[in-house]
Design a protein. Structure first.
Ligand SMILES: NC(=O)c1ccc[n+]([C@@H]2O[C@H](COP(=O)([O-])OP(=O)(O)OC[C@H]3O[C@@H](n4cnc5c(N)ncnc54)[C@H](OP(=O)(O)O)[C@@H]3O)[C@@H](O)[C@H]2O)c1
Length: 416
């Protein structure tokens, strides 16, 4: 059935009651491919909340790279994660209003204004109750490994995913940051135990993870060197308190492509050494921490440039997940590689307090209407964005939902 996008900001029911259907951006397995084609708007039934679940009316949604992967069906199809649904409604960031609570939910009431963190795990797994929900066999990322994400009028989540919406933010600002900011928080604060005075190299520093890694370094009193691919992105980093930045286009020779000849390998090592010197020029010494998510192209450089006894913390591999590097630099210099994945509810809650106090700020590049979901993911795939993109869903215009004064988001005025 055709969906009239004019109606997306209207909901026919009051909090406490759900309408029968909703507009949603849907990926189907038979159209996985470029985001602009894979995402299509459909009319879908509104899910009922089960035990300890909540249905939230989405006021705004945040765009993340995970649904670029979902659209492409790479490295695996998301339908493998939720075979019980033949639709994938993506979207792992949202701000919204609690609309209906399921049995057993006591902390939240219809009408509460919330943001949503994207980690789900079963209440029944013992890891959730003493180790970490990220260690639970049931652990999934909502809106990527599950359907019922935020690119729809309503989303279904576990009650433990809800966090009070910071009052100083608009709907679109509040929807934009959680996934990447909370991931960067765990990587630096908990997995690396970052210390004042340490030096950090941040790949993709003007991207979704990077803008928060940069701000966290500033807040922790660490020096930061951001890597970017344009001076415009470098200018954004200066607004965020970066110590200095490097345009990687001047160091293209360091990138690992795979299948290089011995002579090409020698050249690559020379280029890595040159990059290492550029990093030292910014930081005054080699980095104690390298913030990794690029993967195959940069990982050998990360292991090479990090200081002896330093840490390479990695949460993704955008350029490829089969990593190879010269391991002599790892063992002889006693370096560590640390894996990290999103964050637990406690980390999310602590990190969110820094947003509510204005010490960490969302970084918005573009706010698009509900019709922009496919285009936003295409822009992200083509690396044409800076910081974050938000999508208005229930909010009829930008600037709504803020109920207290505060610094709000930083708006990246430059870009594609
Ligand atoms: N495990 C987790 O919990 C988790 C959480 C969040 C994100 N992720 C993953 O992390 C990755 C990045 O996410 P994001 O939100 O930061 O994405 P993003 O907004 O696209 O930013 C990534 C940045 O990486 C840089 N980059 C891209 N290709 C590169 C290359 N070939 N060499 C060097 N740098 C390159 C780009 O910066 P320049 O072009 O300016 O260098 C880009 O701004 C994605 O794969 C995402 O799925 C994982």
């Amino acid at each position: 059935m055709a969906v009239d996008l004019k109606d997306v900001t209207d909901v026919a029911t009051e909090p406490g009651t759900l309408p029968a259907t909703m507009a949603a951006w849907v990926i189907r397995q038979d159209r996985e491919g470029e985001p602009r084609d894979a995402f299509q708007i459909e009319e879908i039934e509104v899910p009922e909340p089960g035990a300890l679940e909540v249905v939230v009316r989405v006021m705004a949604a945040g765009v993340n790279y995970n649904n670029v992967w979902a659209a492409m069906g790479k490295p695996v199809s998301v339908f493998r994660y939720h075979p019980e649904e033949d639709h994938h409604i993506g979207g792992s960031d949202a701000s919204g209003i609690v609309w209906k609570t399921g049995p057993g939910v006591t902390k939240w009431q219809p009408g509460d204004e919330v943001i949503i963190h994207c980690n789900q795990a079963s209440y029944e797994d013992p890891e959730v109750h003493g180790l970490d929900p990220l260690a639970a066999p049931s652990q999934k990322i909502w809106g990527y490994e599950t359907s019922w994400g935020s690119f729809a009028q309503f989303t279904k989540v576990q009650a433990q995913q809800l966090i009070h919406k910071p009052k100083n933010l608009t709907w679109e600002e509040a929807a934009s940051y959680a996934l990447t900011y909370f991931t960067a928080y765990r990587m630096l604060m908990d997995r690396c135990n970052i210390q004042a005075g340490e030096r950090v190299l941040i790949w993709g520093a003007a991207g979704g993870l990077g803008v928060f890694a940069t701000q966290l370094c500033r807040l922790a009193g660490a020096l930061s060197c951001g890597v970017v691919s344009s001076p415009e992105k470098g200018a954004l980093l200066e607004q965020l308190g970066i110590t200095g930045w490097i345009d990687r286009t001047g160091h293209a020779g360091m990138m690992r492509k795979g299948g290089e000849s011995p002579d090409e390998e020698k050249e690559r090592f020379k280029a890595m050494r040159g990059f290492g010197k550029a990093v030292r020029d910014v930081l005054g010494d080699d980095p104690n921490i390298v913030f990794e998510h690029v993967g195959q192209a940069t990982f050998p450089t990360s292991v090479f440039v990090v200081k002896p006894f330093g840490k390479v913390v990695i949460c993704a591999a955008t350029t490829g997940y089969n990593l190879d590097f010269d391991v002599r630099y790892l063992w002889m210099r006693q370096k560590q590689i640390i894996g990290s994945h999103f964050a637990n509810a406690w980390e999310c809650t602590k990190a969110n307090e820094l947003i509510a106090s204005g010490e960490i700020r969302p970084v918005l590049w573009r706010v698009m209407g509900f019709d922009g979901v496919a285009e936003a993911h295409q822009l992200m795939k083509e690396n044409k964005h800076l910081g974050k993109i938000a999508i208005l869903v229930g909010a009829p215009e930008t600037g709504l939902g803020k109920t207290e004064e505060g610094p709000g988001a930083i708006y990246a005025e430059v870009g594609a």
